[in-house]
Design a protein around this ligand. Structure first.
Ligand code: HEC
Length: 251
């Protein structure tokens, strides 16, 4: 019995490790890899705003273009800026040594970022930048304190003057009926081109794309999983009948 309890304890240890990961409150993001339109918008955002610094070097353009149903010629024309061929890995030309000097830390490869941090973390991080004049680039992040990355989406989102309320959730004021925290940022130092809701939707798409990159076979795996379970269920009947046949003469 003691062994069993010990075994169970060992089995749940990894779950405890996971729970310890999230120290800051996050806004929840549920990815949807079947939403191709969202993934396409995310891919376009990522190529335009992130691939100047971040690579996705464990994936090939071709795979992404096929999975997202973007024709190869369109993809090559509009979503590859480095002159790479569609069959190549999604690398960037910035060298790690140089960028470490510029930003304090090199921009990490983001292929597996969603596996490392989780979707909710990425979604919150992308919406978590705010003005902080004590930092070298004038911005800080509520999810990643003292981050070296500049706020590259400032044109879209604007720059929040105070710490945005990430992970606090929107709520309806019972007296006035007003919605509190509908916009995570109560006050902007620079106005952006998008409304808060539009920006949130774009960041949903971008996070959805990063989530897909971290687990490109998710949809296929889940589809096959259903068949595997149906097979196991049917096979169980035969296994049961066979077992009964074998044991029927043993008294
Ligand atoms: C100008 C270069 C640059 C651009 C453009 C850029 N980043 Fe970054 N990013 C960085 C740097 C540098 C870091 C590392 C920061 C650190 O460790 O302090 C970083 C860190 C990150 C991290 C956290 C990585 C970790 O430690 O887990 C994520 C996520 C991220 N970037 C996503 C994005 C996305 C999405 C975009 C596009 C909207 C983007 N970045 C555009 C430079 C950039």
């Amino acid at each position: 019995m003691r062994k069993l309890i010990f075994g169970l304890f060992i089995a749940i240890l990894p779950a405890l490790g996971l729970a310890a990961g999230a120290a800051v409150p996050l806004d929840i993001m549920e990815p949807d890899h079947t939403n191709k339109a969202s993934l396409q918008r995310g891919a376009a955002l990522f190529t335009n705003y992130c691939m100047g610094c971040h690579s996705m070097e464990y994936a090939r353009y071709k795979r992404v273009s096929e999975d997202l149903e973007i024709p190869a010629s369109l993809y090559e024309e509009n979503l590859i800026f480095t002159g790479a061929k569609i069959g190549e890995l999604m690398k960037v030309s910035m060298s790690k040594e140089q960028s470490a000097g510029w930003f304090g830390a090199p921009p990490p490869d983001l292929t597996l970022e969603s596996r490392l941090r989780g979707e909710s973390w990425i979604y919150s991080y992308l919406r978590g930048f705010y003005k902080d004049d004590t930092r070298p680039l004038g911005v800080n992040n509520v999810v990643f304190a003292n981050v070296g990355m500049p706020h590259v989406l400032v044109d879209m989102q604007g720059l929040c003057a105070v710490e945005p309320r990430i992970g606090k959730g929107a709520s309806v004021d019972p007296l006035s009926g007003n919605i509190n925290n509908a916009d995570a940022c109560p006050e902007y130092a620079i106005e952006g081109s998008m409304s808060a809701a539009e920006f949130d939707r774009s960041m949903y798409d971008l996070t959805n794309f990063l989530s897909y990159m971290g687990d490109p076979v998710k949809v296929e795996r889940e589809r096959l999983g259903v068949f595997a379970l149906i097979f196991v269920a049917i096979f169980f009947i035969f296994a049961y009948l066979l077992n009964r046949e074998y044991w029927k003469d043993v008294h």
